[in-house]
Design a protein around this ligand. Structure first.
Ligand code: TMP
Length: 208
């Protein structure tokens, strides 16, 4: 069995975690061993980097530092977790990946999408997601859903216009790369979204 690599993207509060859990169960039912990872994090080193990146006290962090820290956490995750899992034929589902950097740092921070992909190519090597699911939700709705949860991290503390640029960025990428990025209306019910995702996975990986 060949490994498969799927990433889940979207603004905070768009329901990625719920859909990852459901997709995990579906892929298990198809006989896959599943590895779930989150970004930034998913390794001891990556989680340590996450603490630095998201610490709300580090307001002075430069945009380039931020971009490189995300890429560093990603390099560790790719080498320690994703690559070995794919070699063993597992299904890897990653909660955020390089498209988060493209939109948060490339578009939100204004560093440029090309710069982000160029730098991240060092972190990724030949490991690329075959399918990226984009949970499409207006920024204001995402913030509203998230606010009721926990304390806000350094990224969540950004203003609404930043988060709007992020969502617009995701929409642009989905239009640019329809063969790889699958957008889903995140305002639909959990069951509707799951069944759309399953249909797409069947089509792309199982030719059904
Ligand atoms: P999380 O809350 O989904 O775990 O993600 C942490 C935050 O980091 C979230 O606000 C999105 C942001 N982020 C980036 O800005 N760039 C990246 O490359 C990644 C992976 C996340």
């Amino acid at each position: 069995m060949e490994g498969i690599f799927i990433t889940m993207e979207g603004p905070d509060g768009s329901g990625k975690t719920t859909q990852i859990d459901l997709l995990k169960k579906y892929l298990e039912s198809r006989g896959y061993d599943i590895v779930i990872a989150r970004e930034p994090g998913g390794t001891v080193i990556g989680e340590a980097i996450r603490e630095i990146i998201l610490n709300p006290e580090y307001r002075e962090m430069s945009h380039m530092t931020e971009l490189l820290l995300y890429a560093s956490a990603r390099a560790q995750l790719v080498n320690q977790v994703i690559k070995p899992a794919l070699l063993f034929g597992k299904a890897v589902i990653c909660d955020r990946f390089v498209e988060s950097s493209a939109v948060y740092q490339g578009i939100g921070r204004g560093l440029g999408v090309d710069t982000v992909y160029e730098i991240n190519n060092y972190a990724l090597g030949e490991v690329k997601p075959e399918l990226t699911i984009f949970m499409d939700l207006d920024a204001a709705d995402g913030i509203r859903r998230k606010k009721s949860q926990t304390d806000l991290d350094r990224m969540e503390l950004e203003d609404l216009s930043f988060h709007k640029r992020v969502v617009e960025g995701y929409r642009q990428l989905a239009e640019l790369y329809p063969e790889r990025i699958f957008p889903v209306d995140a305002t639909l019910s959990i069951e509707e979204i799951h069944s759309m995702i399953v249909n797409e996975v069947k089509k792309r990986f199982f030719s059904e």
